[in-house]
Design a protein around this ligand. Structure first.
Ligand SMILES: Cc1ncc(COP(=O)(O)O)c(C=O)c1O
Length: 420
């Protein structure tokens, strides 16, 4: 199954024209009546949770802080002569940072990168995503993504003047539908957007699936952007396959990742784009006029984490896995139908066993009356999907489990007693 924004190709007529409004509409954050921008769904849920005194299982940030030794390294760089100065670092990133990204890709995945030509620092993965999409999504072309998607993809595709088409990921296991992807891709496709491990489903694409996607992109002459920010949050036996480890990806794919999820330091906004020298050079063309550069101290501290995580990845996975099991049981006990994720921060739960309402309406009730904030998955889908009563994505809520266990326990108790 394949969708575009309106289901019948009059996308441009329905999109507002000013660039700011296109970006907002592309991410479901444009208020058509007020002709104004709404905050993101994550910010709206956080604000609603705060004003109702609810526990916020909406936005994906951990309760805990990242490793103390990384924070101490950043503080040292800011306040002493150790490390970089507090002045502009190079636009492509500090050499020590780019070398650490290259070494990390080699150690974890056997991917060889030239730190001078194949690694580009970005201000968080968000800037890497924006720069990649604005570099390769041709105006008037189509960009294909799996749905639900990370909201910035919709904003940037719309801002680029391209059209987003989606291939739904379906419960219970949310595997990428390769046949559907092949049908969605055409000579009009300029990009394919991947996110593995995937937010919000927690699906980890296999090497075979990644290889199929790369083959489809090559045949279509499309560029792949692979968002890999959850690369170190895989559970059980699931292993992350970076796109650049797939033979044939070299000249068609760029990968995006960041420090935020891997080290529980989401506020640092240190990201990176990797790929062939030619593609990374293209992304630089846009990136250097977005932020140009930022955060020398955080780049320096991130380099230390990437060189040696001192066991943090394994410890973080273990904690998240235990939280995942707790929330899986709690959601099931409350009567919902949760789907066990293979990675990431989130559990998607089908609400239809307990209500006929849409997830958007049910989320509004939960935050107000049950005391728990969650994200309706429909906020991360196209308007055509939101209007489709047959789409299971309209009846799913996303619960973040990257929180302390006592907080999760309280949230689950509240959910259970309110629903029952
Ligand atoms: C799939 C995905 N990509 C990118 C980002 C943004 O990463 P960063 O905070 O490094 O900009 C997030 C954050 O939630 C995400 O979930």
């Amino acid at each position: 199954m394949v969708r575009n924004i309106d289901g019948d190709h009059d996308y441009d007529e329905r999109m507002p024209t000013p660039p700011w409004a296109r970006a907002a509409a592309g991410a479901n954050t444009y208020d058509h009546t007020a002709e104004a921008v709404l905050p993101t769904v994550y910010e709206r849920t956080t604000a609603a949770a705060m004003s109702a005194g609810s526990i916020n299982l909406g936005q994906g940030f951990p309760d805990g802080e990242g490793p103390l030794w990384m924070r101490a390294a950043a503080a040292e760089a800011i306040t002493t002569d150790a490390g970089p100065t507090n002045q502009y670092p190079p636009g492509i990133g500090l050499p020590v940072f780019r070398e650490a990204v290259a070494a990390h890709q080699q150690t974890h995945y056997g991917v060889e990168l030239d730190p001078d030509r194949q690694v580009l620092f970005t201000t968080g993965a968000t800037e890497g995503i924006a720069a990649s999409i604005l570099s390769f999504a041709e105006p008037g072309s189509e960009v294909v993504a799996f749905e639900p998607w990370y909201d910035s993809y919709g904003a940037m595709v719309a801002l680029a003047g391209a059209e987003l088409r989606t291939v739904p990921l379906e419960a219970p296991d949310f595997r990428p539908d390769i046949v559907g992807l092949r049908a969605a891709v055409s000579e009009r496709t300029s990009m394919i957007l991947l996110n593995s491990p995937h937010n919000p489903t927690g699906a980890v694409f296999t090497a075979d699936e990644m290889a199929e996607i790369v083959t489809i992109a090559r045949q279509a002459g499309a560029v792949v952007m692979s968002d890999e920010v959850y690369e170190h949050l895989t559970f059980d036996v699931s292993a992350h396959t970076p796109v650049l480890s797939i033979p044939g990806s070299e000249d068609v794919a760029v990968a995006v990742s960041s420090v935020g999820k891997s080290f529980s330091l989401t506020g640092w906004k240190v990201g990176w784009v990797t790929g062939s020298p030619a593609l990374v050079n293209c992304v630089r063309g846009v990136k250097q006029f977005l932020s140009f550069t930022s955060a020398p101290a955080y780049q320096w501290a991130t380099a230390q984490g990437l060189q040696d995580d001192r066991g943090f990845f394994a410890q973080n996975q273990e904690q998240l896995q235990s939280a995942r099991e707790m929330v899986m049981s709690g959601l099931a006990a409350a009567g919902l139908r949760p789907h066990r994720p293979a990675a990431g921060y989130f559990i998607l739960a089908d609400i239809s066993p307990v209500t006929d309402k849409s997830a958007a309406d049910f989320a509004a009730e939960l935050v107000e009356h049950a005391g728990v904030g969650a994200i309706p998955v429909s906020a991360l889908t196209l308007p055509s999907t939101q209007q489709d009563p047959g789409s299971a994505l309209n009846y799913m809520l996303r619960f973040a489990f990257c929180k302390n266990e006592p907080v999760l326990e309280r949230a689950l108790t509240r959910l259970s007693s309110w629903i029952r």
